[in-house]
Structure formats: structure tokens, C-alpha cells
Design a protein around this ligand. Sequence first.
Ligand SMILES: [Zn+2]
Length: 555
Amino acid sequence: MPDNLPQLPAMDDIKDLLRFELEEGRIWMGEERMVLLRSSELRALRRELIDSLGMERAKGLLIRMGYIAGQLDADTAKRLRPDAPLFDVFSVGPQSHMLTGQVKVIPVKLDIDEEANSFHGIFEWQNSFEAEIFLAEYGVSYEPVCWTQIGYASGFTSRFVGRPILFREQGCVGCGEKRCRIEGRPSEEWEDGEELSSYYRPVRIADQLFALQSQVSLLRENLTTEQSFGDLVGCSQKFLQVRQLLAKAAESRVTVLLLGETGVGKDMFAKALHKGSPRHDKPFVAVNCAAIPRDLIEAELFGVEKGAFTGADQSRPGRFERAHGGTLFLDEVGELSPQAQAALLRVLQESEMERVGDTRTRKVDVRLVAATNENLEEAVQQGRFRADLLYRLNVYSVLVPPLRERIDDVPDLVRHFIDKYSSLHGKQVQGITDRAMAMLRAYQWPGNIRELGNMIERGIILADQGGQIEAQHLFPHVGEHPGPPQESGQVGESGGTFTGAAEQLLDEGCDLASLERALIEGAMQRSGGNVTRAASLLGLTRATLDYRLKKLRSG
Ligand SMILES: [Zn+2]
């Protein structure tokens, strides 16, 4: 101990604060009621805290516990030694720590400058009870363990000098050292002051638990969705939105109408909806209404009684009865005959039906998923579709986006189809070249996912065993300047005609401005954002493309 630092003053005045009211079952220290605890009790408490809250939370809690005690003792100090030198008044803190049997304190340095409002203190601790119980419970620690004590030092000093002073242990018996050594400074003087002071802010553990609980239930929900919708492939925002909508619908019996272009995989979405529903272990029956002759569709859906019409030489159930308890998927529902529409409406309204040529009414429990790529409202206006049936089908409609609006799903889908077709054709490939992938991403996909599947199947067949699928396997017209083929019309071998492509674009309502935009964006995408390369793809100079890009981006 340096010579210039005085010894701790006599402790008699503090000791006199301690009073035992043995008859009353009370102990006092000055104004405060005290309790004598065994250190083994505190050891058990600390273990429970650490086990249930984790080391960091337990540490924070114990630090704050000590902090409160320290603050109270700072008030006592000024009352107890009002006229004493500053060092002696301050010593009430360390001496209370000693009186309560927690630790022996040896002052090493104490600079309190009330004028300059500065503080620096260093103390040595011996016989720390906290280090002792920690060692007994857990063995040597990586970091200091005298948490309530350090909290006490900070609380006492902060209250004493009237500004936040944080103590930290620079060495600790809990870490295997000979003695604990603590140092205190104003919090802003510590480099990691923010982290240190975070232990002094109470944490609403209950709030955190609630937040965690809701996170868990969300994750669990997603997990179920993940499992039951596992057949659907994709990660794009649009795809995930659709999947979320279907997952919600799956829980109930609501009739779902899937809208979207041909080839977007409405049948896969319908199947996924069934698998994710409580009916997943009952039948899933799919009917493509466009594939069945119109005059037979009613019989196909609702069944036939023997003798109902010529050729009906025996009774048989229809698709509705076969789907009983499960899900019936009606694709191209706009193709239904008027009679079939009427019968369908009745099933939806009353859950009952009759076989063709039968008088007996049968109850059916079927969840209906319908799909169409047609504008049914238009069909209603043209008198081809019943308005009341549309109203019934349209309760929960979901638009499945075209593949060009979920281009980010292309890589996942490509992997999915490679797996599927390589096992189907018994051929292993290494995947797909970067150039081929870039072209797939730049392509507009008029035939949607069905077209992608066909293309990958063709690629698997054409690729070498153990090789990669190359651009030319997918786009047979790829030449020196690669470009995906158009859906119709033979595109430019040399000076070829774009008539077919133009027809199709006009059919799709594409105007010159959006064509220009699409061409420029396509070229930029294919060139990886390299304007010079994109310009050469488009047959423009770099300056011209620059100009047009600026115009596009500002417009
Ligand atoms: Zn320690």
C-alpha cells in the first residue's frame, strides 16, 4: 500500500450501527433491517440464477442488487461521519462491506476531487465471499465473478460523488489470481463504458420471454408450412406471398380459386394446399375440365346411374364421390357445361349431389380448389359462366404469378427439375453452366414453369453423362451471339424474320416503349451490367445506350 494513503479509520462507529433485537427476530444496521444469510444459501441462489437466466443475465441481476445496497450505504456514510475527512467518510463503503462479511478491502489509490468532479480509485479485495462460492460451484472462471460486490462499489461511489462511477475488477480470485483488484472511474472514461453500464440497466425479462415466445410460435408455424408445402419450390417474394396465402387457406375448408397463366403450376399449388390441410390423408382428385368432352363432364364429375344414357351400362361414382373427405381440384373450370355448372353450384351450396340419371341425393364432403387462366368475369358477361357460381368460387382467390415475375426462383426450379429428370432418365449431370443460367434468367417464359421443366428435361437428354447442361442444349438457336429463342417464329439465323415474335408481342399488348425497355433491361442483365457489352448486344454505341438508360431511369 502506498505511504500517502491513510489506513482505514477505526470501525467502531459502523459496528455500533449493528443491533440485534434477538427477542424480536430482527437485526438492524442503522435504519436498515438486515438478514444473516449463509453463504451456501447465496451459492445455491446464484447457481439457480445462472442455470435459469444464463450467465450474463444472472451477472446483471447480481450487479444491480449490489448497486442498490451501495447507494443506501452512501447516504449512511455522510450521516455517520459528517465532520470527518473525505477519505474517512468514503471509507464507510469499504468498511460496510467488511462488516457484512463479504470482503476485506485494502485501499490502494483514492483520488476524489470534488472541485474538478473527478474520481479514480483502486482497491484490493481479499477473502471475497463471491469468488469463494463461485470457485466452489464452477471452478476457475475466465472473467471476474465478484458481481454483487462490484455493483456495490459502483453504487456506493456513484451516490457518494454524485455522478456515475463504474468499478471493474482488473483481477479476481475467481479467475485463479491471488487477490481481487478493482478500479473505479467515471463511466465515460472507460473505453467500454457503454457495455459496462449496460449491466446496470434492468432488463424486463418477462418482456423478452413474451417476445421469444411469439417468435417461437411464428417459427413453428413456418416450420409446419415448410413441411406441408415442401413440394413447392421457390424463394422469391411473390412465391412466398402465395405460399403464405395458401397455408392460411389450408387450415379451413374455404373454396379456393387459383388464377394465373397456363403453366404456372396451379396443379402443384392445389396439391400443396391439400397436403397442408387437415384432409391430407384423404384423396386428392384432379380433373382437367378442358380435357373431357363437354357432354360427358357432368357424368365424369358426379357419376352415372345405370341406363342414364346410351352406353351407361353400369353405375359408377364420379370424381366428387371419389374425393369424399378430401380435395377436388377442378382445372380450367371455365370449360364446364351449363348443366355441370348448375350441379357444381348445388354441391357448393348444399354439399349434396345426384349422379346423372339418379334420383337419390348423396351427401359429399369435398374441399374444392378450382383454377382457371380465363377471365371468368368476362365469361359471365358473355353468358358462358354463371354469375352465382363465380361468386361462390371467388371467395378466396389466389393469383399464382407467372415465372417472369419470380425470376429469382429459376435457380431453385432448375435444381429441382435436374434432380427430377436426371433420375427419370438415369443420367447424372454436374448442373448447368453460368451462361445457360444467365440466359434462363433473361428469358421471358411465355410457357412458365411447364416450359422450364420441358427445357431442362431436354437439356438432361442432350448433355454429356457427368457433364454440364450448356446454353445450346436449352436454346438450340444459340450462335456466336447468344440469345434465347422466341416462342414462335424462327429467330434470326441470319437476317431472319421476327414476324412470329412480333405477332405474339402484339397479342400480349406490348407497345414499342415497353419492348425497348425489355430489350435494354434484358441486354443489361445478360451483360452483367456492363454497358459496353449490352450496347454491342443491342447494336448500339455505348453513348446511345447510356442516353437511353438515363431516359429509362428518369422516366
Ligand atoms: Zn473477485
